[in-house]
Design a protein around this ligand. Sequence first.
Ligand code: C2O
Ligand code: CU
Ligand code: CU
Length: 497
Amino acid sequence: RDMALLEGKKTRCWTFESELIKGNPESLQQLPDNYLGPIIKVRKDQKIRIRFTNNLPQKSIVHWHGMHVPEKYDGHPKDVISNGETYVYEYTVMNRAGTYWFHPHPHGDTGEQVYNGLAGLLLVSDEEESRLNLPVGEFDLPVVIQDRSFNHDNQLVYLDGGRMDKMMGFLGDRICINGRTDQQLNLKSGCSYRLRILNGSNSRFYKLAWSNGDPVTVIGIDGSILESPKKMPYVMLSVAKRIDIWLDLKNKKIGDELALVSHAFESGMGGMMDGGMMGGGMMGGSNTRLPLGSEYRLFTINLDEEGSNDYSLSETLVPFKKLDPANAVNQNNPREFNFFMDRMQWTINGRTWEGTEVVEEETVKLNTTEIWQLSNKGGKMMGGGGMMGGGGMMGQGNQGGNKDGGMGNMMQMPHPIHIHQVQFNILERDTSEMDASVWNSIKEGIINEGWQDTVLLMPGMKVRVIMEFKDFKGLFVYHCHNLEHEDMGMMRNFLIK
Ligand code: C2O
Ligand code: CU
Ligand code: CU
């Protein structure tokens, strides 16, 4: 579809064109003039059927991010369909109320397909949520944040920086909000809103804050509404994550100014990135205007109309009963998953994507609770493969390090780690091996509560998550949600048997 995103020539996007065949018309909402897919609204316990027909020039399959569904309907890369084919999803919604989303999941092309416009929100409601008197209708507002780059012809540009761009992850130089470039939301003074913020970017993440210094009031994260509202100076919003925030405009007047910004932070891309390689121009011309971790505005709220509503935020929201580590089959011996670079490849425990292959350490039992330890271990540029030899990747500006220790940390990047099929709880976050200034620049924006499906692993960070494998056996994936890392192979299967 050709969309009017900028002055002048229209931009060719890939979109989910949707049509409701049967059901409540309210369950499918298309916001005007934007490239995103429809907002699908479902209720817990509802049975849904979705027909996906692929009209792309590439293979694809749709994944329901955060949803607890059988293998067949999870959108595993092995289930891709070709142009002209149809895949039918049919499942009962088992998730808690929360903000979920959907996007393509073919191996190798996910980054490009999402970038070209293929993504949409899936909102689940349930009884517990309905009791809360949270804003609905126009006051329940989606905010999808993505970054894009456009060429002089107004067309989307993806990965023009070549291999290095791919290694780092795509960073655009312009923020799109809800599939539009205007970075404006028109809201009513005197009203309260629920903002459902999704970071639908390929690799960029944000340090969200209000421009006037007000705290950010978080009421939900990923697949859950929190136990009580959490007021934070800022919130780190990793790739693929969602947070629901409460916005009170009751005391605001027409014309008052307010913006959501991303504050500066240290991304922790250390080692070679600060030194010779990254600093010295390996990154080419990409993303020089909007570096990761710089300060910029996401959108402005225009208060051009007065209104009133009487939604209220209570101090207790949805009770949260954290999974008990005592019930985990591996309480004292968590499964370890290390994310690092080996021989110029992003890997998980040194392995890369291999179709439907799954190894013993990735095999879990149905009806068990497990603890997984996810660690960001930086990377080994030298590996054993001699990638550096003659290729010129090292340039000259690189001081290297010693073979044993130093090299191991030369390629460090944040990795937003996502596990399909489950919502997990965060048990602990070990930051002792992190660079202190990186941690200090983000730590007040971290949320460990609630049911989550993606966790941002900053370099050196270790996170223990606990989850239950229930209802469905099958092959699912876990991966880095930096879509370029995922496409490069930082994705693996796990088997529930
Ligand atoms: Cu949102 Cu496997 O992805
Ligand atoms: Cu997912
Ligand atoms: Cu990654």
